[in-house]
Design a binder for this molecule. Sequence first.
Ligand SMILES: Cc1cc2nc3c(=O)[nH]c(=O)nc-3n(C[C@H](O)[C@H](O)[C@H](O)COP(=O)(O)O)c2cc1C
Length: 255
Amino acid sequence: MYVKIMKEMKILAICGSPKRGNTYSVLNMIKENYPNIDFKILMLNEINLKQCKGCYTCISKSEQYCPLKDDRDMIINEILEADGVIFASPVYVNQVTSLMKNFMERFGYEAHRPRYYDKYAMVMAVCAMFGAKETNEFMKGIFGTFGFNVVSSLELEIALNSEKEKKYVHEKTMKEFNNFITSIKNKQKNTPTMGDLVRFNIFKSISKLNKEYFEADYQYYKENPRFPLEASDSDKKEAKKTASNMINEFMKVRL
Ligand SMILES: Cc1cc2nc3c(=O)[nH]c(=O)nc-3n(C[C@H](O)[C@H](O)[C@H](O)COP(=O)(O)O)c2cc1C
């Protein structure tokens, strides 16, 4: 008899390494240590994700009109089905790999119309010595603009493959992954920063000012009751109060 085992959570790991090397091994270690989690590793080098052509069609018209026909929508569906996503990249020349960067470019329209507010993310950078912190900061910023709650970040240095190093990698990884799943279980959402709000409102306002060019953005904001295009009277009053408080604070420092 076939019995479907219900896993407690679904995690998708998107790996930007061009091989099943160190970054893959760390992800696989998590998978093996958490049999109760439906854990899927998606290797960007093993799927068909073509290089962004820079035509702006996804931004202006809609992502559904992207001229590149490949596995992009499969990735979107996997993300939508997951409770949490791990964005993992080795550090190549101080940054994410070109595979991970292309993934970001292909999903760049999400910064205009962020929709992953209910998803949790962890960023993971694997280096030999330097650059993991900067790489994670970069990924955190980008995936945050796509709407993800980036609640966890893991930086690993792997160089020697000694027993001591393996122990360090195992302990650090398990601790951080545990924090990640705890944040998901507790529905621990990020509070947007002032920068996040400014960028979000700029994209929203521009879509209203240039409805023809930013057709997809305009439709998105028009149809989404969560982000009304027109501010309510109480929101306008609140914004005015905040602005005048900010000006007063600024004057105190400057004068
Ligand atoms: C082209 C290239 C550039 C690299 N640049 C860096 C770097 O800037 N800083 C660093 O600490 N390690 C660097 N490394 C080492 C890798 O980050 C490290 O070996 C990592 O564990 C590789 O992960 P992978 O096996 O998943 O590809 C580089 C490796 C390659 C191939």
